[in-house]
Design a protein around this ligand. Structure first.
Ligand SMILES: NC(=O)c1ccc[n+]([C@@H]2O[C@H](COP(=O)([O-])OP(=O)(O)OC[C@H]3O[C@@H](n4cnc5c(N)ncnc54)[C@H](OP(=O)(O)O)[C@@H]3O)[C@@H](O)[C@H]2O)c1
Length: 393
């Protein structure tokens, strides 16, 4: 697709992390009008501020007057936007909005399914040239099989209804009759160059911030951590922006692409915890377990147990070896796509920036080190500590 005939580009999720990153990329890469439908209580100013900050960080100077911010109607009324969007010349839809509330079924249904259905009805009415759906690499559910860049005909158990609703939304898109591309990123972390992160505390940020929230009540000297030796698939937000954009511009209709880092570059959870704990100190002793079920109940301080329970789903996801097919991304990378794989060195940059940007985390780290140790001792447990009970005859 040529950059000359952009028309206007509609991007959903402009008030969120990846929608804003995508809007900034669209502003940097085209002269098109960028249309951002958003819910109340967002305003034009509140939506533009992070986009402008992202453009400034990238050194891009552009006219934000070509951004059109519109109120987003409820899903069943989204189609009513069609006349106005026709007038604005919308030809492509980049659907980056979605709901990550793992345990709120109503919000997942609305944010991942009803919203997508409403946008597909709108896209049919507009006869759009392309609809790009931002899904997730984990829409396959748990599986130890290779995960193809195709719609999931079979799937594993879902960690939560989040992955199920994203998978069902992929099928809504595929059956809509609208020309589509599906992009499935893994876990997005800060920029590979300076670590800046515009997202909510998801993924590894959840573990870091939840530590402050739960462990700051007691600074336990002994920590039990779920940290396996599988690579954990992160991608940096700059790699996301470039990869998502390349998929939109270059893939064929009906393509599914995993937007993931290469396994051989990635750190394991154990590497990540060693990075955090050897940088910041805190506990005097840290026990690593591969799975939450392996952690012995009786030895764990109550606040450590609450922290483990709060982060259980993400730990469970990280303890699985996900085998994502990567042929489409590799083909784009063989061309002009700039994509930095996440590695221990680049995560170090993101970690340092996150702590530097958070006075609360800095205070937590300093207090923990004062009360504990600068250099914790690491103890690795490769399986359950207790012998399994003898099988009964
Ligand atoms: N972040 C990641 O690491 C990651 C990785 C893989 C895939 N993804 C996918 O990327 C998408 C966006 O993630 P994100 O990190 O940008 O999340 P985010 O920062 O929470 O942003 C979510 C966006 O979706 C909008 N939204 C949610 N529910 C909505 C609803 N019912 N109606 C209208 N708008 C709704 C939000 O609007 P409000 O501001 O009004 O709430 C916001 O603009 C999600 O679908 C997620 O599945 C994210």
């Amino acid at each position: 697709m040529s950059g000359a005939a952009d028309g206007a580009i509609l991007i959903t999720g402009g008030s969120g992390f990846l929608g804003a990153i995508t809007a900034a990329k669209a502003l940097a890469a085209t002269d098109a009008a960028i249309v951002l439908p958003v819910r109340a209580p967002h305003t034009r100013d509140s939506v533009l501020a992070p986009i402008a900050a992202e453009l400034a960080a990238e050194g891009v100077v552009t006219d934000l007057a070509r951004v059109v911010v519109l109120p987003l109607p409820s899903p069943e009324r989204i189609v009513e936007l069609a006349p106005e969007l026709q007038r604005l010349g919308v030809r492509d839809v980049l659907h980056c909005a979605g709901c990550l509330s793992y345990f709120n079924l109503g919000k997942l249904q609305e944010g991942n399914l009803d919203l997508t259905a409403g946008l597909l009805a709108l896209s049919r009415a507009l006869e759009v040239r392309r609809f790009v759906f931002l899904s997730t690499a984990y829409s396959a559910g748990f599986t130890d099989q290779a995960i193809p860049e195709e719609l999931h005909q079979v799937h594993g158990d879902d960690p939560t209804d989040y992955t199920r609703t994203k998978r069902d939304a992929e099928w809504l898109v595929a059956r809509s009759g609208v020309p589509w591309v599906i992009v499935r990123p893994s876990i997005v972390i800060g920029d590979s160059r300076d670590g800046r992160y515009g997202g909510k505390p998801y993924g590894i940020y959840q573990l870091w911030t939840a530590g402050e929230r739960y462990l700051g009540a007691g600074y336990p000297p002994v920590l039990h951590v779920v940290a396996g030796d599988q690579p954990v698939n992160f991608i940096h937000q700059d790699a996301f922006a470039n990869g998502f954009w390349a998929a939109y511009r270059q893939l064929e209709d009906g393509a599914v692409m995993h937007l993931v880092s290469r396994d051989d570059a990635l750190p394991t959870m154990r590497d990540l915890w060693e990075l955090w704990l050897s940088t910041h100190g805190g506990p005097s002793e840290v026990h690593f377990f591969k799975r939450l079920d392996d952690v012995p109940d009786e030895d764990v301080a109550p606040q450590v147990r609450m922290w483990l329970d709060f982060t259980a789903i993400n730990n469970e996801i990280a303890s699985v070896r996900w085998k994502f097919a990567r042929a489409r991304l590799d083909a784009l990378r063989a061309g002009e796509l700039a994509f930095t794989d996440a590695s221990l060195d680049t995560v170090r940059v993101a970690q340092a920036r996150f702590v530097a940007d958070s006075p609360k985390l800095q205070a937590f780290v300093a207090r923990y080190r004062e009360q504990g140790s600068r250099t914790p001792r690491f103890i690795v447990h490769d399986g359950p500590l207790l012998a399994a009970p003898e099988a009964q005859p």
